[in-house]
Design a protein around this ligand. Structure first.
Ligand code: ASP
Length: 410
């Protein structure tokens, strides 16, 4: 793993360099290289890992639920997890808003907004997503990779297995073997990660263009500062105080998964790797990891929340709109819902941003200004998104082990 992480990091650095160099070739050459080499290689890698997501999530949650000793434990883990997710998202938003307030990345006059155009895609209504959590057809839930629905079906399936015990031992065994096959495949797919990472970052940097990056520098730096602060303060303190463990140990061991989250820009896509990393390198038990991390990859997006907070302030500043206190509270509320509703796939955070902007009456066209650099920011925020899920799994696992008296020093 160590070796592989190093290779991915080298691939990322080379990818950035290649992407920057691509700014100096002619448009035709760039389009050719991007269309026939970079994008296909990146896409093949993304498909390879995405292919594993649905079976892994289903099998591991079902096994996790089947393995839980008492039903009360499930409720307790669920409560702690959702509590952690909501509180950290709100903190992330406050960090994003405060930084954007003080740094003022969108101070008046940096953009001419007369030509800004953006066709807003309809953001899916949150209530509908929540109501649809119980699928009327489990097969279509699996076929459509609807994570929340899959989580529910798998939990019910696992609970039934636990209740039926010996009677369904064969099925239980089958799932365990399925899990082994999946883990084997994750290992295999990881070997292709450096190539995928190189192609994805080179294409993203090449696309954004050096000029575009320059003009958006303050906006990007504000978001990056928010992401770093949230990891260094919120997660570290939570791990230290709630998990009674070393943040350094956590970040060091989870780092390989962070590089994959960064490369793929997809929390869901990274799940196979982030779950395996948390289980094998942080010692998080399978039952906790397989519930907490898929749930987080679906509803917990602190990095996305930070982007949405900064973007909202940025657009308000560019258009010279002063947001009052009650509007800021509105931003926190809607952005919390928007980040819950953001699917863990590339670029969705930006679509959900429309919901926040509309709520406080800001022009949705403002999104056109940040579109160009969003691919790169998507990589960074996804890295934080999956880190938050793993931090939660680590903390919840340790508190469960403490309760049962099996906690080792972390
Ligand atoms: N790409 C992000 C994720 O998968 C979601 C987003 O902010 O667009 O976590």
């Amino acid at each position: 793993m160590e070796n592989l992480t190093r290779k991915i990091l080298i691939a990322l650095v080379l990818g950035v360099i290649a992407g920057l160099l691509l700014n100096f070739v002619s448009d035709t050459v760039f389009v050719f290289l991007d269309t026939y080499i970079l994008t296909p290689v990146g896409q093949l890698f993304l498909n390879l890992i995405k292919m594993l997501v649905v079976p892994i999530v289903f099998i591991s949650i079902a096994l996790g639920a089947a393995g839980l000793k008492d039903p009360a434990q499930m409720g307790r883990i669920g409560g702690k997890t959702i509590g952690f997710y909501i509180v950290t998202t709100v903190i992330a938003l406050v960090i994003g808003l405060s930084l954007a307030f003080f740094i003022r990345p969108g101070h008046e006059g940096i953009f001419d907004t007369t030509n800004a155009e953006f066709n807003a895609e309809e953001a899916p209504p949150i209530m509908e997503t929540l109501m649809n959590i119980i699928p009327d057809n489990p097969v279509s839930a699996l076929a459509n990779a609807d994570m929340l629905q899959i989580i529910v079906v798998a939990l019910l399936f696992g609970i039934a297995l636990a209740k039926l015990g010996e009677k369904t031992a064969g099925l239980h065994k089958l799932l365990e073997q399925g899990n082994d096959v999946m883990m084997f495949l994750v290992n295999f797919v990881m070997y292709t990660a450096p190539y995928g990472a190189f192609a994805l970052i080179a294409s993203a940097v090449g696309d954004a263009g050096v000029q575009g990056l320059g003009q958006m520098l303050m906006y990007m730096l504000t978001i990056i500062a928010g992401l770093l602060l949230h990891a260094a303060l919120t997660y570290s303190l939570a791990i230290k105080l709630l998990g009674r463990a070393s943040p350094y140990h956590f970040f060091k061991n989870f780092f390989p998964a962070i590089t994959v989250g960064f490369s793929t820009s997809s929390s869901s896509g990274t799940l196979p790797i982030s779950m395996r990393t948390a289980q094998e390198r942080l010692g998080v038990s399978k039952s906790v990891s397989s519930f907490v991390q898929p749930l987080g990859a679906t509803i917990n997006m602190d990095g996305t929340a930070i982007m949405q907070a900064v973007a909202t302030m940025f657009i308000a500043q560019v258009y010279g709109v002063e947001l009052g206190f009650s509007q800021l509270v509105m931003v926190v509320l809607t952005a919390t819902l928007a980040s819950i509703g953001t699917a863990g796939v590339p670029g969705v955070g930006l679509i959900m941003l429309t919901m926040v902007l509309q709520q406080v009456g800001l022009p949705v066209e403002g999104i056109a200004l940040i579109l160009g650099v969003d691919r790169i920011l998507d990589m960074l925020r996804t890295a934080l998104n999956i880190t938050g899920d793993a931090a939660c799994a680590y903390i919840v696992d340790r508190s469960e082990k403490k309760k049962s008296g099996t906690l080792e020093k972390g």
